[in-house]
Design a protein around this ligand. Structure first.
Ligand code: NAD
Length: 441
């Protein structure tokens, strides 16, 4: 059974409220941290090996150490709660059920980074959650854990919640900052990174909800103990939101030592595939990461079992591997049509492209159009090569990673399931009535 650090109290009634959270030991990590120096906290975070839980997996301690500290210029912590990656809903769960875990993590992080005004930028579709967060902020303030001179340390910290308008692109950190400044959410060129020039051109750390929540157990048990959980550079625990063709969709906390097979089939997690169907493929890290067919999902290129961690999922690179990403685990059974699935994703990325870069603005539209044609049985063999060509021209040629995120699912689908695309071209009359299921292999 995986160790629980973040969700250990999630089942307790009333844990959403300060009184219950405090009774369970809440805010003791903050009390401990506020007696440490910011440098000591930073060392703990570095030692923990925590990697950004939003998707990129960038080491959190390293990001914090890049924060510029020019004299007299305010610094900010911004929590990225614009969780919009299809298949990803773990941050929603954390904020809805454990808002004080996030607030406590923000207090510790703000103290370490020297942020007196910190923000939570939350996606517009999570319309009921800002009220939960604002209530938790008020409770923490009333108990002396936010506001002026927190616990008599002389440290002041305010937290504000900003609602987004429902644009996927505003989850990209620089688009998020533009939006937070009241502008259209167009991504900025990096560098400069937000750590140097972020919100209102001030040094800013942008971190995912789960990353900031993880700061609480890190301080609680120490960075060294946190680093002992997990394996290799996949330290600590990771929240996985599991959905698709599984018996038990939901949010699970895993310690990154379990295998993919165990995660899908064990009753502790997904509980297997409904109706005894066979596994066809999986997207383990949110829609932006490459889809992997079952045979490569359960084994690495070296024939080892594939584990639910950053290194093992990526084994073999893009040719045979995938990525941990945001932990949005989407399972597809034997009845699912990969062409239709890829077309749906292409429609999403086309709709969500901000339009700033030509390869993404035009390319996502072309990919959607061609996929729609193939899916309806109106495609030609050359269309498959054209699709491959377009995705290659998008990848790496845009300001932000939305272009890559749109290209990779198409590339992986063609790489692993080309026969299925060809079947659609060769069997136009069957396309709308029959899926290319595993029976065709
Ligand atoms: P990135 O690798 O560009 O950056 C990761 C983080 O490290 C950023 O905060 C960046 O500022 C920082 N960083 C990197 N190099 C730095 C340097 N030299 N100095 C200072 N800071 C530095 O990735 P990204 O664009 O932030 O994120 C891409 C990932 O987001 C994708 O892999 C995808 O999985 C994920 N994603 C998640 C969601 C979601 O809903 N959770 C949605 C879309 C995409």
């Amino acid at each position: 059974m995986s160790k629980k650090l973040l969700l250990k109290d999630a089942h307790i009634e009333g844990i959403r409220y300060f009184e219950t959270y405090r009774k369970q030991g809440g805010y003791t990590a903050a009390e401990k941290a506020l007696k440490m120096t910011p440098d000591e906290i930073l060392e703990e975070v570095k030692t923990s090996g925590l990697r950004g839980r939003g998707g990129a997996g960038f080491p959190t301690g390293m990001k914090w150490s890049f924060l510029a500290k020019p004299e007299g210029v305010p610094r900010h912590l911004v929590v990225n709660a614009d969780e919009s990656e299809p298949g990803t809903f773990k941050d929603r769960y954390l904020m809805e059920f454990l808002p004080h875990l996030l607030i406590e993590g923000m207090l510790i992080s703000s103290f370490c980074l020297g942020s007196n005004v910190s923000y939570i930028y939350i996606r517009g579709e999570y319309s009921w959650i800002p009220d939960i967060l604002e209530e938790a902020i008020e409770e923490a303030k009333a108990a002396g854990f936010l506001g002026k001179n927190i616990l008599g340390t002389g440290f002041d910290c305010e937290i504000y919640v900003q609602r987004g308008g429902g644009a996927y692109i505003c989850g990209e950190e620089t688009a998020l900052l533009e939006s937070l400044e009241g502008k259209r959410g167009n991504p900025r060129l990096k560098p400069p990174f937000p750590a140097v020039k972020g919100l209102w051109e001030r040094p800013t750390v942008v971190n995912n909800v789960e990353s900031i929540a993880a700061i609480v157990p890190i301080i609680d048990i120490t960075g060294a103990e946190y680093a002992k959980i997990g394996v290799g550079r996949s330290t600590g625990t990771k929240l996985i939101s599991a959905c698709g063709n599984i018996n038990k969709p939901g949010v699970y906390e895993i310690d990154m030592t379990i295998t993919v097979e165990e995660f899908i089939y064990s009753d502790e997690y997904c509980g297997g595939i409904p109706n005894g169907k066979r596994l066809k493929a999986c997207i383990p890290g949110g829609s932006s990461v490459p889809i992997v067919p079952a045979n490569l999902l359960l084994k690495t290129v070296n024939g080892e079992p594939r584990y639910m961690n950053y290194e093992s999922l990526a084994d073999g690179g893009f040719a045979t591997g995938t990525m941990m990403g945001s932990g949005g685990f989407i399972v597809l059974d034997e009845d699912q049509c990969i062409v239709e699935h890829t077309m749906t994703l292409a429609r999403f990325y086309h709709h969500e492209s901000c339009g700033q870069c030509t390869p993404c603005r035009e390319g996502t539209g072309w990919m959607h159009k061609i996929l729609k044609k193939i899916e309806k049985g109106e495609g030609k063999m050359e269309d498959i090569d054209l699709l491959w060509d377009i995705q290659r021209k998008i990848e790496g040629n845009t300001i932000c990673p939305l272009g890559d995120a749109a290209a990779w699912p198409v590339a992986a689908a063609i790489r692993h399931f080309r026969d299925e695309f060809e079947w659609h071209v060769k069997n136009p009359e069957l396309c709308l009535t029959q899926n290319y299921g595993l029976a065709n292999y």
